[in-house]
Design a protein around this ligand. Structure first.
Ligand SMILES: [Cu+2]
Length: 287
């Protein structure tokens, strides 16, 4: 039984390594002026009292409450994500408090670029929240008329509609590709109907399953190996389908999902091994 014990230890070791890989993917950013908690909320570039150069006082206090999520993409064909509003207007030297309400199960950001770097690290004000929930942060805009880009920096979210602008004073023009405000930078082709795509993909997903095949119980392991090989070969297609099905379900959500799948494959391997083990051992003894 030493081999069995070694196998169990090896599987446990792999599980631990997977857990560590999972943990390492969590953001461990450490910039100045950053507030963060362990529930996936983050505020970066928080500034409630330091006036930008040329501002003698805070001109107004503005509160922005913005929704973020897939559902806001519906009015804009070709997008998959969006904000509840894609443009805001404030006075120069305004103090802006933004509350981002994330409706999705994934991470979304409200990231504004182009602020003075002496007050804001990398010239950014950035709030984000993972999964359903909300986060609030405050910053003070400079005195100049300027149009600031706001977006979600998660992979492909900007391209898929999470783009907006904050207009300070008269602004400095309209930014391209903002849903409902300006023409898209790239016109996306209409997606095939969700139903059709789903059905095609479901066939791909179900194909590797050997259930329904007529086989003698003693040949089970052979069918298991065949099923496993098909499942492994089919994995890239499955992942591609999942990517489009769950709209760039990224970061924590995707790695969590992959981790679950990985564990399922381990369990399958383990069961397969046990089946083969039980099948061969008695014969070896009788010989
Ligand atoms: Cu996003």
């Amino acid at each position: 039984m030493n081999k069995l014990r070694n196998l169990v230890l090896a599987l446990a070791g792999l599980a631990v390594v997977s857990f560590q890989v999972q943990a390492a993917r969590m953001p461990m950013m450490n910039h100045g002026r950053m507030l963060m908690d362990m529930s996936g909320k983050m505020v970066m570039g928080q500034n409630t009292d330091q006036l930008p150069e040329g501002c003698r006082r805070i001109s107004e206090d503005v509160e922005i409450i913005v929704g973020a999520g897939h559902k806001y993409s519906r009015p804009y064909p070709g997008t998959m994500f969006g904000y509840s509003e894609h443009q805001w207007q404030v006075k120069p030297c305004a103090r802006v408090t933004v509350t981002l309400k994330n409706d999705d199960q994934i991470r979304h950001q409200w990231m504004l670029h182009g602020l003075p770097e002496d007050l804001y690290p990398k010239g950014m004000f950035h709030i984000e929240v993972t999964g359903p929930g909300e986060v609030t942060g405050t910053f003070i805009v400079p005195r100049e008329d300027k149009t600031y880009l706001v977006h979600c920096d998660i992979a492909q979210h900007t391209e898929k509609g999470m783009k907006a602008q904050l207009v300070v004073g008269k602004g400095s023009g309209t930014l391209p590709g903002i849903p409902g405000i300006s023409e898209p930078v790239v016109k996306y082709l209409q997606q095939p109907t969700a139903e059709g795509e789903k059905q095609t993909s479901v066939i791909v997903v179900k194909a590797p399953e050997p259930s329904g095949q007529k086989e003698e119980p003693s040949m089970l392991s052979g069918m298991l190996i065949l099923g496993l090989v098909i499942a492994i070969l089919g994995a890239p297609y499955l992942l591609r389908w999942l990517g489009s099905r769950f709209f760039g379900m990224s970061g924590k959500a995707l790695s969590g999902y992959l981790f679950d799948r990985l564990m399922a494959v381990f369990c399958l391997f383990f069961r397969l091994f046990m089946a083969v083990w039980d099948w061969f051992r008695p014969r070896q003894r009788s010989v």
